[in-house]
Design a protein around this ligand. Structure first.
Ligand code: BG6
Length: 482
């Protein structure tokens, strides 16, 4: 991973398409401020916000103050210094005129700074505009670096990347015409989470798991991404997407890749992306008959009454499925993946169940042996628990389940956790693509997801309704497990 400091970079301009939108409000503004506070932004830095809203630069700065909660912050000076980075250009994504005006602003800044600065284009707009924005970036020649010797141009693209395999490939082809792969940063913010980045360190920097991290040592893998919240006010976005596209095709499959990929040999972006892609390419693609047994979907009661949701919507807010990998290390090992909105609790966790030894001196439960389980807690309560057996003190040989526990925040301090978006932005400034998704990974993940979405559209798998904030739905097994 690159570790050169962003401060040493050439002057950099970040252009945000969709700068008044949800992502900017929820994540980007605060993450940029976090980097500013930590001194991690390039020394000379500007942000140009682009959106259709009629605003002046001063109006935009006021909006940014509001987004970062400036009123509640003690460091007024830091806030005021921060907002001076921001400039605004009103425009429609469909009209070239706005892009030309952005090009003018960038040119003026470069003249003023007497340098060909780095340009980073962040596509934080609604996915329906991606194509239009890419085309207009090209037409306005914003994608061309101003000099062959200095200053790069890069593009950051938010998820969802496409709606299915075809749209993802179309989008990628177009992007590939305008930019080299080294310039394209496809976001999956889960890759920027500390606990997710730690997966490779945990697996490959420790020797004690090496010999058992395979089908001989492991019986099953379970990945869960549960959220207590419903869809909040995101009905307009979510209803056309559903849980599988929203978090399954990306966050959950990335977790699967990190837990099952081969050793990349180095913490290098190319090697890591290649190994992640290889394991995603090995996912067994299901036929409709298998989909009926291996997947299920649900919708929380009350979902159809949410704002901007079709009252007759059959969009899933929950799914569960079992996947298999066609690679020697994992042949025949079930990997269950589940996610839901309006669940009983917030829990993002991966559980690895180990096989028991034979003969086993471990206790029986309902004719089955207990096993060692590794709980890898992504969030909240970030950490790792390993369940094991210990002899209870006393005259008899009674075994009790105990755990080795590692609490991430206790170990390193609450404040040491940087927001995922801060890390993604720094990586993009520094040109490190480790935390970004490659074309191969995008294609492989859609190849697996596409047939399932199609089968669900044909109602091959019934949509089960479940009570919000209860554990009802997670108790329902897959048809294959019944
Ligand atoms: C986003 C999804 O990508 O990830 C949201 O669109 C989901 O629906 C979110 O809530 C979960 O991310 P985090 O970081 O809150 O776990």
């Amino acid at each position: 991973m690159a570790n050169n400091n962003s401060q040493n970079l050439l002057p950099t301009i970040l252009v945000i398409f969709g700068a008044t939108g949800d992502l900017m409000r929820r994540k980007l503004a605060a993450s940029l401020f976090g980097l500013h506070e930590k001194g991690l932004l390039p020394k000379l830095f500007h942000v140009v916000g682009f959106s259709k809203q009629a605003l002046t630069t001063e109006g935009f700065r006021e909006m940014v103050r509001d987004m970062i909660g400036a009123k509640e912050r003690a460091q007024k000076e830091k806030v005021e210094q921060f907002v001076t980075y921001f400039f605004y250009q009103q425009g429609l994504f469909e009209q070239l005129e706005g892009y030309r005006k952005v090009a003018n602003i960038l040119g003026m800044r470069d003249n003023e700074w007497r340098v060909c600065s780095n340009k980073l284009f962040y596509i934080a707009a609604s996915p329906q505009f991606y194509k239009t924005i890419f085309v207009n970036l090209d037409k306005s020649r914003l994608t061309e670096p101003c000099s062959p010797e200095e200053g790069w141009t890069r593009v950051l693209v938010e998820k969802p990347f496409g709606k299915d395999l075809k749209t993802a490939q179309d989008l990628d082809r177009l992007l590939g015409k305008l930019f080299q792969e080294e310039q394209i940063y496809r976001i999956d913010h889960y890759l920027g989470k500390e606990t997710v980045q730690n997966i490779l360190a945990f697996r490959f920097s420790n020797s004690f798991l090496q010999d058992s991290w395979n089908k001989e040592g492991i019986k099953s893998i379970h990945i869960e991404l549960f959220e207590k919240e419903g869809i909040k006010k995101r009905g307009g976005f979510y209803d056309g997407i559903g849980a599988l596209r929203d978090v399954g095709q990306n966050h959950i499959l990335q977790l699967l890749a990190l837990f099952t990929m081969e050793n990349p040999g180095t913490f290098d972006a190319k090697a890591i992306r290649k190994k992640r892609a290889e394991v995603l390419q090995a996912l067994k693609i299901y036929r409709p008959r298998e989909i009926a047994k291996m997947t299920m979907r649900g919708q929380y009661k009350g979902y159809t009454k949410e704002k901007d949701v079709d009252p007759k919507s059959r969009t899933e807010t929950y799914f569960l499925m079992k996947a298999y990998l066609g690679v020697p290390r994992w042949e025949g090992i079930p990997i269950s993946m589940g996610s839901g909105k309006a669940m009983a609790e917030d829990r993002v966790e991966v559980r690895i169940r180990f096989r028991h030894p034979t003969p086993c001196l471990c206790p029986l439960r309902a004719e089955k042996h207990y096993r060692n389980v590794l709980h890898y807690r992504i969030q909240p309560n970030e950490g790792i628990d390993i369940m094991f057996w210990a002899k209870k003190p006393g005259p008899e040989m009674i075994l009790e389940e105990k755990s080795f526990s590692f609490d991430y925040k206790k170990a390193f301090g609450e404040d040491s956790f940087a927001d995922a978006y801060e890390k993604l932005l720094v990586s993009a400034f520094q040109g490190d693509q480790t935390l970004f998704v490659s074309t191969e990974e995008i294609v492989a993940s859609w190849k697996f997801i596409d047939p399932i979405l199609r089968a669900w559209q044909k109602n091959i798998v019934p949509l089960k309704r479940y009570k919000s904030n209860s554990a009802e739905i997670i108790k329902v097994p897959l048809p294959i497990d019944e």
